[in-house]
Design a protein around this ligand. Sequence first.
Ligand code: ADP
Ligand code: ADP
Length: 229
Amino acid sequence: MAYIEVKHEYKRYQMGETEIIANNDLSFTAEKGQLTVILGPSGAGKSTVLNILGGMDSPSEGEVIIDGVDIAKFSQRQLTEFRRHDIGFVFQFYNLIPNLTTKENVELAASIVEDALDATTVLEQVGLGHRLNNFPSQLSGGEQQRVALARALAKNPKLLLCDEPTGALDYETGKQVLKLLESACRENQKTVLIITHNAALAKMADRVIRINDAQVRAIEDNPTPLSID
Ligand code: ADP
Ligand code: ADP
């Protein structure tokens, strides 16, 4: 069974008299140990579906099955638990806490789960063993994104959800971050889902789900995803 199974998912927003359909009958799957990219232009509905997969929002209709459980049926309380324990998020603008050091940022996230990984070990794995006591403002963009990734990985979640994780980075720095995401899925069997408008990321994905105007337009499996070097 696929790790993620989205079936006929709709999200509608009421804006006064007008109804906005942000997700219009989305169906797709994403596999464990694979990197899946949801690709589409601004306004296509990518953030909406990512927020739903991450338990930050609920669909208007449809099933959102993660690891065999339909989270669309979850109560607010169950969603909060799910979000805290089962998901690692990586955001475009990192969302680090400015007055905590690198290590403290990672430890804080890890402190809410029971089987968390050691903060220092994970920071060493992302190449930041020498930056443990620096504050976010003392780090480059690429380093901050690697802290954000370490923070997500330290929770040891099975699912990593990434919102334009290289959007604020230059090409080379972005490549380093993608390489780490690639090893998270290939070596550690995480399910990695990235939303982006950047078609270049599609080349390294195992599966590309193209969405436009609130609908899935194409799903492509890539038998030979480009390995990041
Ligand atoms: P993307 O991430 O692909 O840029 P979004 O999922 O953010 O797209 O948005 C899809 C559509 O839903 C857009 O038309 C957006 O304006 C609308 N939308 C998103 N969130 C809300 C909201 N909270 N209220 C009303 N409309 C929303
Ligand atoms: P990048 O090309 O990844 O954006 P930068 O040119 O911003 O890198 O930074 C290069 C190096 O200088 C990095 O190792 C970063 O940690 C360090 N650095 C940048 N700004 C500061 C700062 N304000 N204090 C300490 N070190 C810094």
